[in-house]
Ligand binder design. Sequence first.
Ligand SMILES: Cc1cc2nc3c(=O)[nH]c(=O)nc-3n(C[C@H](O)[C@H](O)[C@H](O)COP(=O)(O)OP(=O)(O)OC[C@H]3O[C@@H](n4cnc5c(N)ncnc54)[C@H](O)[C@@H]3O)c2cc1C
Length: 396
Amino acid sequence: MFRQALIAGGGIGGLAAALAASRAGWDVRLFERASAFSEVGAGVQLGPNVVKVLHGWGLADALQAVAAFPERLQVRSAVSGQLLGELPLGDTMAQRYGAPYLTIHRADLHGVLLHAVQQQADVKLHLSRPLQSFTQTAQAVTVQADDGPGIEGDALIGADGVWSTVRQELLGDGLPRRTGHLAYRALVRQSDLPEALRSRQVTAWLGPRMHVVQYPVRGGEWLNVVAIVQGEVAAEADLWDHSANAADLAAATSGCCAALREVLEAVEGWRLWVLHDRAPMQGAHQHAVGRVALLGDAAHPMRPYLAQGAGMAIEDAAELGRALAQALDPALDVPTMLQRYALNRWQRNARVQARALRNGQVFHADGVVRWGRDLAMKVLGEKLLDMPWLYAGGGS
Ligand SMILES: Cc1cc2nc3c(=O)[nH]c(=O)nc-3n(C[C@H](O)[C@H](O)[C@H](O)COP(=O)(O)OP(=O)(O)OC[C@H]3O[C@@H](n4cnc5c(N)ncnc54)[C@H](O)[C@@H]3O)c2cc1C
């Protein structure tokens, strides 16, 4: 028996949800607000917990062709440049957790998912169709995605990002909060960099009130650089991409070591994000109500300091797929399936949100706390950086 899932949002989370739902035997209609599927020019890191899900969907070869597979994660002091700690990635991670740690351009990850979704005959993708509202009854959910008649389905998945309309309608719990942190992002072609600045590993530079993360993408041809500083910009809260001012960044990172400043100065064009998040999830009721579920940033927008926001959206999608696969059991109704999804996901998402928050405090520590952080990192190194609870995956 076929059931119809309606999905709002065609980002990484929405496409992953479409793939998982159609693999579970559901018909899918996905509504994306933008006129074309696209992703910002920046990278993401994906831990083995996430890569394992993507491999399970048959995407290993597609990822192999576009991702980079760094050999190690190095943590350095942004002030002295000194190596504080190291975590082997590469084969070590693959053997330990059953899948590699990879770094990838967001457009490449989005493209891999879009291609996979387009191979599914039962998925219909609709562009320039923002979800405006929905209503649900005991029998169905109906969405309004343009001026025409409402579109009826059995379940609605809100994967419409940090400013989610579905969340506003479902929970009405206000807007996400400003974090007071700004992310400057850039991509640099490695061949344009002096030899000494080219890198095939993940490097995190920890400073007082700022940190920088760099890693290769596109098979190592490009270097992705993200600099997070504390500050505000005068702008509308929902305007999250600004033309960045390199001079502001240079001022915020003036106390950094020469090696890091050289990397930052090699960047020609920065783009700026004003980071928003929500407090960690407090219960399953924030993930699903009746026939409507939230997924990815719509459900649990987080600070990017554990590099797991997109990862949790993909893990959500995998769990959603497992829940929807129960549709074969005629005794189970859709709200019960979505409750299973919510119950299996909210605590892990809350834990990741909380850890990301804490990482931000540790990464930006100042004074005596910074001194303690650097010492702990030197003594414990890999023990602090490896996180079996996270990297082993969240499958139920
Ligand atoms: C600086 C930075 C670094 C990061 N690094 C990492 C990392 O290394 N690893 C990682 O896993 N994550 C990382 N993240 C987090 C990650 O980018 C997000 O968690 C992830 O993109 C969320 O995906 P999503 O599909 O839930 O939301 P989005 O990517 O925001 O997609 C939402 C989609 O919904 C559409 N939409 C919005 N409203 C509507 C509507 N009403 N109707 C229809 N469509 C709508 C939008 O156009 C968009 O296409 C980082 C984030 C930042 C800011």
